[in-house]
Design a protein. Structure first.
Length: 233
């Protein structure tokens, strides 16, 4: 039976091949996102091994922050930024799950996820989610959860104000634009909990800060942050 199962997997990979999202080379098995060559060249931050990192420092003094990490540095137009573009705008939902899973696998042994009670994806406004058909941060969160077994809570925060894209805004404008965008919806079950906020890219921290601010009404809550990428300023 084991041999038959292996043949079945091989036949599936042959009929429906998977390709590296950077170089286009064929991947040996399903669930992989990058080939070993492209994976080795990824501009990793390694922030999960470095508590006093640039990302974490942006949240210091704002709320009870535990830790913060991003998987790689984001440079607009780079091949690695293209991965985020695919799952954020091109409907590649499974890619978002796979990215979340791969990111968590690399960070797991560092202890980054220890003590975290639940994962909260940064929510989209209902209008934006209807347009896109899904929330990429939610899919990333489920990918992380598949490795860490930390539960995902999708109804803890809601986005109550629709905002246009932040791409062309200055840092100051981004923070102003994100004021009163989020609202806590599930306070009591989160009392005293350590939560992990998950998003795709952090540029100025405006979105993550606004989301964490909305949760400060919950007594004893502690917050950590995880993104796929952080802007390489």
């Amino acid at each position: 039976m084991k041999r038959i199962k292996e043949w079945g997997i091989s036949l599936k990979d042959w009929l429906f091949p998977h390709y590296c999202n950077i170089c286009g080379n064929r991947l040996p098995k399903e669930g992989q996102v990058l080939c070993q060559s492209c994976l080795s060249k990824m501009p990793r931050t390694k922030y999960h091994t470095w508590p006093d990192n640039r990302m974490a420092r942006q949240f210091w003094g704002k709320f009870p922050m535990e830790r913060a990490a991003a998987w790689f540095f984001y440079s607009q137009g780079s091949s690695y930024a293209h991965i985020i573009h695919l799952f954020k705008y091109k409907g590649r939902k499974q890619l978002a799950i796979d990215v979340g899973r791969m990111m968590a696998i690399e960070m797991l042994s560092s202890g980054f996820f220890e003590g975290i009670d639940c994962i909260i994806p940064v929510p989209l406004h209902n209008k934006r989610q209807r347009e896109r058909g899904y929330n990429q941060s939610e899919l990333l969160a489920y990918g992380v959860s598949s490795v860490t077994h930390i539960p995902v809570v999708c109804d803890a925060v809601e986005r109550i104000r629709y905002t246009e894209t932040q791409t062309q805004r200055s840092s100051k404008e981004r923070f102003e634009n994100m004021q009163n965008v989020f609202r806590s919806r599930k306070g009591e079950p989160l009392v005293g909990k350590h939560i992990l906020l998950v998003d795709d890219v952090m540029t100025t921290s405006a979105t993550l800060t606004a989301c964490a601010d909305a949760l400060q009404v919950v007594p004893g809550i502690r917050v950590s942050f995880l993104t796929v990428a952080i802007a390489d300023h």
